[in-house]
Ligand binder design. Structure first.
Ligand code: ACO
Length: 170
């Protein structure tokens, strides 16, 4: 599979309203394997530890996700002037038994490059992931975040509905 192929159908799943509301210097699109060279992992490293991931390993992971096109949606924002990835967010669609075999969208790994924060790119990513969640038929989207990010998610239309519980294995 070409490293330049989007991991999901942009025509179907990129929210037209979000794509057109973003400033002209930016493009909202699906992740591609070639984004490895455009700083995708650097953006994620503003969120947490990423580790060393070579192009082969990265491409294998993108391909795995692309083969499950209604389960994995990784969005990126590219700064078209610098050619760099400056933002990302993921929607993982969980297939449940409850709620009549309902679908729940899990919002994960939201990150905007430090130099680009405060420009409404984060809220654009969340709105675009909400669009995908609705489009694939999720009855809700959910996420975990630290208390410092609660005001951001409230601005995105989310509300606090409990505690995050964790058990670490590594
Ligand atoms: N506290 C209060 N308000 C905030 C905060 C905050 N921490 N962050 C953003 N806002 C407000 C903005 O002021 C803006 O308000 P306005 O509409 O009145 O102007 C609104 O929320 C939208 O903000 P954006 O400009 O879209 O936010 P940004 O692009 O900076 O993205 C984000 C926010 C994603 C939290 C970014 O700061 C970031 O990447 N932080 C580091 C990584 C991180 O913590 N990611 C979230 C992990 S949680 C998860 O992945 C589910």
């Amino acid at each position: 599979m070409s490293e330049h192929i989007p991991m999901f159908s942009e025509q179907e799943f990129i929210c037209p309203k979000s794509a057109s509301s973003i400033a002209p210097a930016y493009k909202l699109r699906a992740l591609r394997a070639s984004d490895h060279a455009l700083g995708f992992l650097d953006v994620l490293s503003d969120l947490t530890t990423v580790g060393e991931i070579d192009m082969k390993t990265f491409t294998e992971r993108v391909n795995y996700m692309s083969e499950r096109p209604l389960e994995y949606f990784v969005l990126v924002i590219e700064n078209v002037e610098s050619g760099k990835i400056v933002g990302t967010g993921t929607l993982l669609v969980e297939r449940k038994f409850i709620h009549a075999c309902g679908l729940v969208g899990h919002i994960e790994d939201i990150a905007i490059a430090k130099t680009e924060q405060g420009k409404h790119l984060g809220i654009t990513i969340i709105n675009a992931l909400d669009f995908i969640g609705k489009k694939v038929g999720c009855y809700k989207n959910i996420l975990d975040c630290s208390p410092k990010n609660e005001p951001f998610y409230i601005k995105c239309g989310y509300s606090n509905s409990g505690y995050e519980m964790t058990k670490r294995f590594h």
